[in-house]
Design a binder for this molecule. Structure first.
Ligand SMILES: CC(C)(COP(=O)(O)OP(=O)(O)OC[C@H]1O[C@@H](n2cnc3c(N)ncnc32)[C@H](O)[C@@H]1OP(=O)(O)O)[C@@H](O)C(=O)NCCC(=O)NCCS
Length: 151
């Protein structure tokens, strides 16, 4: 078993408190600019958003990358860890031009492909292919979009 020194423990604890405070402000700010700025400060990679909703909760256990022009509906959860079931910690990537409906849950390790749309209230348990619309629990394919050339 790996042991940690009291000073390492204190640094870890302070880092956790710091990240939790940044996330609290990111979730609860009425201003999109502040929400994005706080999550960026907490280490989330966020391109210029199309919309970044309120009360979006991003797990900070593993890297999360949200590319350019993403619409992220309010009250969405992006998870990067699970201690329940098969324990895992895994990064999440949301590619450019993706739209995510309100109250979606993205599970650890997921990649949502370019130009995909995720319906409101979905639980995304598998990677989402580019140019598709998925929805439901678990999120399933509703239809494929026509590819937008040159975007
Ligand atoms: C997923 C979504 C984009 C699909 O819209 P659409 O292409 O117009 O699809 P339709 O409304 O024709 O529905 C197609 C099928 O998907 C189902 N469906 C649509 N949205 C769904 C959702 N969120 N969850 C589960 N099933 C859904 C419909 O019941 C329908 O099923 P059926 O063919 O068995 O009747 C849309 O329903 C949605 O969820 N939008 C997000 C809304 C939102 O979050 N707004 C705030 C941020 S802008």
């Amino acid at each position: 078993m790996q042991t940690i020194s009291p000073s390492q423990f204190k640094i870890g604890l302070l880092r956790n408190i710091h990240l939790s405070m940044l996330r609290w402000f990111a979730c609860n700010s009425p201003f999109q600019t502040l929400r994005v700025a706080m999550y960026r400060k907490a280490g989330v990679s966020i391109g210029k958003p199309r919309m970044f909703g309120g009360h979006v909760w991003i797990d900070l256990w593993a890297p999360v990358k949200i590319e350019e022009n993403v619409l992220l509906g309010g009250y969405t959860f992006i998870l990067t860890h699970s201690w329940i079931g098969n324990a895992k910690v895994a990064p999440v990537t949301i590619k450019r031009n993706v739209e995510i409906g309100v109250r979606t849950i993205i599970m650890p390790g997921i990649t949502v492909g370019e130009n995909a749309t995720v319906g409101a209230g979905s639980i995304v348990t598998r990677n989402v292919a580019a140019d598709t619309v998925v929805a439901g629990n678990p999120a399933r394919l509703i239809r494929t979009k026509e590819k937008t050339k040159g975007v």
